[in-house]
Design a protein around this ligand. Structure first.
Ligand code: AMP
Length: 211
């Protein structure tokens, strides 16, 4: 299956992608995660991407496309979940063309809907494992006690100023992507509020329908 998990920052795309990937044996392709790995490794791409990410801006399209293309191709153009891609109309057009040319259309575009106040609360309480990239929430999904607390950090772009900027960017640049997909037969809108398990059950119901 080829799936796009779509939604604003803090909608739960990362958490739900991880769970979905585990349940169905899919590759979790997160462009944000790939960019953070490039930053950590201080590759030329990472060095260039860092200033955009930390300020809450989108990384220029060609840089992210490179990562997305490589990840999809190296996984045989199948059995993947795209988390955080596409994020602009240009990226959505490119993705459609890229997949069509390879006879590999999307099976599902799942859009998670979450009100803004919930997003802000989730992002400001989010923490991430520096090495594995695993997401936690200080109240609802605290890091296990056997994990070294020094490895649990707050993302630079989860600070209040960057959160505000990311939400603004989402509204201007990414929201239109939902409209782009909304007429497609493979588009599903899912309520992204409630517990992780409740949301996972809704996502799973959609996957059963799409399969
Ligand atoms: P995420 O982990 O999905 O919240 O992504 C973190 C950050 O990485 C975003 O705020 C952007 O700066 C950058 N990023 C991730 N995916 C993309 C994309 N498809 N296009 C542009 N920038 C991206």
């Amino acid at each position: 299956m080829r799936i796009v998990l779509f939604g604003p920052p803090g909608a739960g795309k990362g958490t739900q992608s991880e769970l979905l990937a585990e349940r169905h044996g899919l590759w979790h392709i997160t462009t944000g995660g790939l960019l953070r790995a490039a930053i950590e490794a201080e590759t030329p791409l990472g060095v260039e991407a860092k200033r955009y990410i930390n300020e809450g801006h989108l990384v220029p399209g060609p840089l992210v496309r490179q990562l997305a293309e490589k990840a999809m191709s190296s996984h045989g153009m199948d059995d993947f979940i795209l988390d955080g891609y596409p994020r602009t109309i240009e990226q959505a057009h490119w993705l459609t063309e890229f997949l069509d040319e390879r006879g590999a259309p999307l099976d599902a575009v799942i859009s998670l809907h979450v009100p803004e106040e919930v997003i802000i609360e989730r992002l400001s309480r989010r923490r991430v494992h520096k090495e594995t990239g695993e997401n936690y929430h200080l109240d609802f999904r605290p890091p296990p006690s056997d994990v070294d607390p020094a490895l649990i950090v707050q993302r630079a772009d989860d600070k209040p100023e960057a959160i505000r900027e990311r939400l603004r960017v989402y509204e201007c640049e990414t929201q239109p992507v939902e409209e782009y997909y909304s007429e497609a037969a493979c588009f599903y809108s899912v309520d992204g509020t409630g517990s992780i398990d409740e949301i996972a059950a809704r996502v799973e119901a959609v996957i059963q329908q799409a399969a």
